[in-house]
Design a protein around this ligand. Structure first.
Ligand SMILES: Nc1ncnc2c1ncn2[C@@H]1O[C@H](COP(=O)(O)OP(=O)(O)OP(=O)(O)O)[C@@H](O)[C@H]1O
Length: 277
């Protein structure tokens, strides 16, 4: 099932923040959306999930405009995990995951065997089964993030959209979440994630889409697009791109002014000039 964004323009009030953006995410892809703060990434992701109505253009799910589709049907296919979701702190992890079953439940909202199995699968896949009876309030940031991903998974989506799923996580948990997304992707779930960490985007995704001022700046495989000049144009800061010693994949990092790096070795003094005469 593919998701196509066609000449999409999105606005907040009178202010257009996504301008005429087009791309197609094919079934089975794992895509990162990157760009500076305020470049329109979250708005675009919400637009892709039908949570933000287009000013112009459209979003197509397997060729059909999602605006004309039944909400439950869209929710059965596509799940979105917003940026740092708030609320739900009094719910247990299992109760939260059951919320993900809403689009599959009938009018009477009776819990079926399939609901129970989907929730167990989601809790197991995100490694929170042992935390299932704990309230969200009693979890660490990383555990809570995995619990929210479990809720999105319990929805059994074919396409999963995530807004900054690794923000607030320490490096070990960032890698955990990215490994989890790769495993889900290997099982056939299409993943689109807004990521701030360009090194994670370079190593874990197969395609990187960049926005700058709401416009598409580049779109392609990490090795092709994560290049210093292109990144400098998008982020407005000098960039260095290293090659991962294990995989050769690009690891972009900002290139700071060496004079402002206190741990940088002081350059050796210039050799003294021989005295004239
Ligand atoms: N609810 C809102 N009402 C008005 N303007 C908004 C609203 N949400 C976002 N904006 C504005 O729209 C622009 C794009 O915001 P958006 O959150 O999509 O950017 P982003 O790239 O996801 O940013 P960040 O990296 O900081 O999360 C910003 O200028 C922001 O101030």
């Amino acid at each position: 099932m593919n998701l196509a964004v066609e000449h999409l323009t999105l606005a907040h009030g009178h202010r257009v923040v996504v301008h005429d953006v087009s791309f197609t995410v094919e079934a089975g892809e794992m895509v990162a959306i990157v760009g500076p703060n305020g470049s329109g990434k979250s708005t675009l992701l919400r637009g892709m999930a039908r949570l933000h109505p287009p000013r112009a253009g459209r979003v197509l799910l397997d060729g059909r405009d999602i605006r004309g589709m039944n909400s439950r049907h869209v929710a059965r296919v596509l799940a979105i995990l917003p940026q740092a979701p708030a609320g739900g702190l009094d719910l247990t992890v299992r109760e939260l995951a059951f919320r993900g079953r809403y689009p599959h439940q009938g009018l009477l909202q009776r819990v079926t065997r399939r609901d129970i199995d989907a929730v167990e699968w989601a809790l197991e896949s995100t490694d929170v089964l042992h935390l299932a009876d704990r309230p969200l309030a009693a979890l660490s940031g990383g555990e809570r993030q995995r619990a929210w991903i479990a809720m999105a998974l319990a929805q059994e989506p074919r396409i999963l959209l995530l807004d900054e799923p690794t923000t607030f996580l320490d490096v070990a948990h960032q890698v955990d979440v990215m490994h989890l997304l790769r495993r889900l992707n290997a099982r056939g779930i299409t993943i689109v994630a807004v990521l701030h960490d360009l090194a994670l985007a370079g190593r874990f995704t197969s395609r990187v889409i960049a926005l700058r001022d709401g416009r598409l700046a580049f779109d392609g495989p990490p090795s092709a697009v994560l290049q210093p000049e292109a990144l400098e144009r998008v982020f407005g800061v000098p960039m260095l791109v290293l090659a991962d010693p294990d995989t050769g994949l690009p690891i972009p990092i900002p290139r700071p002014d060496p004079a402002l790096c206190p741990a940088a070795p002081t350059p050796a003094p210039a050799p003294a000039r021989p005295a004239a005469g």
